[in-house]
Design a protein around this ligand. Structure first.
Ligand SMILES: [Ca+2]
Ligand SMILES: [Ca+2]
Length: 318
């Protein structure tokens, strides 16, 4: 019965997102409210998608081993107040996920609410006992592709209010139990495993993250025991850091967010935007899946990577 009720809530949330994103919202709403310039990483908000099955989303996730070297938690700035309303992301999620309107003192001090933790079934009216969980942990995101992102994109991911799947309020104890693990390594103790798996897939898809082979096997098998949920989800706008690559992990918070060679996500079409990144070498370009880089087909990308076209035939990294 509880599952049915939550499914309705989920659908309502998904529709809400669709209506916000499909409207005249600025790109900032994709990454967390009407944000200041720093969080608007290109383009305007994409149109809301038609509902799509979570199994279909899973089938679209690229499979690749994790690449965990170089991770630092500090590379993902949080909790930020991207919309500048005085409530940081932790408080935004507490406010959103409370089953009753929260009691707030001062500018945004949440003192009372009613929270349910889908990971372990825990309940509380005391916000101090609840954590905000990155459904796809920051370390997992890093190893699944976020190592290529700019600092702004990492902050947008770590503070993502644009999808109810990305961040959820859970008991602090269940958040600690989960830690940095993926579904092959950890599943919630409570009965709501299907929601967790679905949120996981939605978040990986939204942020164009990869899944590792074992993770994929577990997801396919475990989701096979769940009703095939249909969700509305839009891609997040992603900007890669200019110097990312296997030999040169992103320098982290001090790296330039989006230098002159950073991609322009293009108005209204972040999905189709070419990734104009200057790669340090062909191995990095290959890892990003953009090789060979042909001048005729991708002039901007070629121009940014001309240094790798050693024989000057108009094709880099052939
Ligand atoms: Ca805020
Ligand atoms: Ca994984």
């Amino acid at each position: 019965m509880r599952g049915a009720v939550r499914a309705v809530t989920w659908a309502a949330c998904a529709l809400f997102i669709g209506s916000v994103v499909g409207g005249s919202a600025p790109a900032g709403s994709v990454v967390g409210g009407s944000a200041p310039a720093a969080s608007v990483v290109g383009g305007s908000a994409p149109a809301a998608s038609d509902p799509v099955s979570v199994r279909q989303l899973l089938a679209q996730l690229p499979v690749a081993p994790e690449r965990n070297a170089g991770y630092e938690r500090d590379y993902f700035r949080h909790w930020s107040d991207l919309d500048g309303d005085g409530c940081d992301t932790r408080r935004e999620v507490l406010r959103r996920d409370s089953e009753i309107p929260v009691t707030i003192t001062g500018r945004c001090r949440i003192v009372l609410g009613r929270w349910y933790s889908p990971y372990d079934g825990g309940r509380s009216s005391d916000p101090a006992t609840f954590d905000i969980d990155h459904v796809v942990p920051l370390a997992e995101a890093w190893g699944s592709g976020a190592w290529r992102w700019s600092a702004v994109t990492r902050e947008a991911f770590a503070n993502d209010l644009g999808s109810p799947s990305s961040l959820i309020a859970v008991t602090a104890s269940s958040n600690r139990s989960k830690s940095d693990r993926d579904p092959a390594e950890w599943l919630p103790a409570a009965t709501d495993t299907c929601r967790y798996l679905s949120d996981w897939v939605v978040t990986k898809w939204r942020w164009r993250l990869r899944i590792d082979p074992i993770e994929r096997a577990v997801l396919v098998s475990a989701l096979g025991n769940c009703p095939d949920r249909r969700v509305q989800v839009v891609r997040a706008v992603i900007v890669n850091g200019p110097d990312a690559g296997p030999g040169a992990p992103d320098a982290g918070p001090t790296a330039p967010d989006a230098g002159p060679t950073a991609p322009d996500a293009g108005p209204g079409a972040p999905d189709a935007a070419p990734s104009v990144v200057r790669y340090p070498n062909c191995a990095a370009a290959r890892a990003a899946g953009v090789t060979p880089i042909r001048q005729a087909e991708a002039p901007a990308l070629y121009a940014a990577n001309q240094h790798m076209d050693r024989d000057k035939d108009g094709v880099a990294c052939e």
